[in-house]
Design a protein around this ligand. Structure first.
Ligand code: NAG
Ligand code: NAG
Ligand code: MG
Length: 245
């Protein structure tokens, strides 16, 4: 354990990252590892969590701000592009790909990077003000997938968990960072109380009923990609910042 600790500290010093070594390791005696937690989150084994576990805040920060998050995004997007390029399209322009908005198309990382990644990080009113400024950057890897799909002739649908009253703000933000066109931008109506899975799967069902073929579906939450119809293939982007039920 001691040697492992030293190696971690040396490696991180090398990269000039300040990190709590405990965050990377099984805390001695406690049997809890932030890496195992992250794996559990991404595989949908760890569900319903309200916040990053205490002691994993700097681990999550390191993951998100360091290289690894970007590499993990690129891995998913690489597979998605490979899959998309292999599709035989019908030529009727009915193939569509569903993109989630928050932390799939547009990044909330700057907000969390500023506030921190733990329980006290999230302040709803500050978050709303920030979203309203329409200055969220694109998740660059998703933007790359978006461009690839358009070049292949696959249409893009945005299906957000955000509300209708933010439509203009979100549209402006999407356009500003390079998502220049889309087939539909589907958002929630506050009065209709549905779980994310129910809302999103019912919207996808409507798309099918309108004659669209959902060839792909990408999101950073399992609730983006679970629920029938899911789409022919789903892609899960990493996100250990928060959990949407
Ligand atoms: C959230 O931020 C606002 C504006 O800065 C502040 O007035 C409010 O007290 C904060 N709420 C919490 C729960 O910290
Ligand atoms: C954000 O903008 C929407 C639409 O203009 C508005 O309804 C909402 O009150 C705004 N929220 C904040 C926190 O400014
Ligand atoms: Mg999302």
């Amino acid at each position: 354990m001691l040697i492992h600790n030293l190696i971690v500290i040396l490696m991180t010093n090398n990269k000039l990252h300040a990190i709590n070594a405990h965050d990377l390791l099984v805390i001695s005696g406690g049997g809890f590892s932030c890496e195992s937690w992250l794996l559990g989150v991404e595989t949908n084994n760890v569900r319903g969590w309200k916040t990053v576990p205490r002691g994993c805040e700097s681990f999550v920060g390191q993951y998100m701000i360091g290289k690894r998050y970007g590499e993990d995004l690129a891995m998913v997007v690489g597979e998605a592009e490979k899959y998309a390029r292999g599709l035989k399209l019908g030529g009727d322009g009915k193939e569509v790909w569903v993109f989630d908005v928050d932390d799939t198309a547009l990044s909330n990382l700057p907000f969390y990077a500023h506030r921190g990644f733990g329980a006290r990080a999230y302040n709803k009113s500050e978050f709303d003000v920030w979203v309203n400024k329409s200055r969220r950057p694109a998740v660059q890897q998703s933007l790359r997938l978006y461009k690839t799909l358009l070049s292949l002739g696959i249409k893009v649908m945005f299906l957000g968990t955000d509300f209708e009253h933010d439509r203009d703000i979100i549209s402006a933000n999407l356009r500003k960072v390079g998502y220049i066109t889309w087939e539909k931008l589907l958002l929630r109506i506050p009065k209709v109380k549905l779980s994310t899975i129910s809302f999103k799967s019912s919207e996808r069902k409507k798309l099918q009923q309108e004659g669209y073929k959902i060839v792909g579906n990408i999101g950073d939450q399992w609730s983006d990609i679970l629920g029938t119809p899911e789409g022919d293939r789903t892609f899960k982007l990493p996100n250990p910042m928060y959990y949407v039920n």
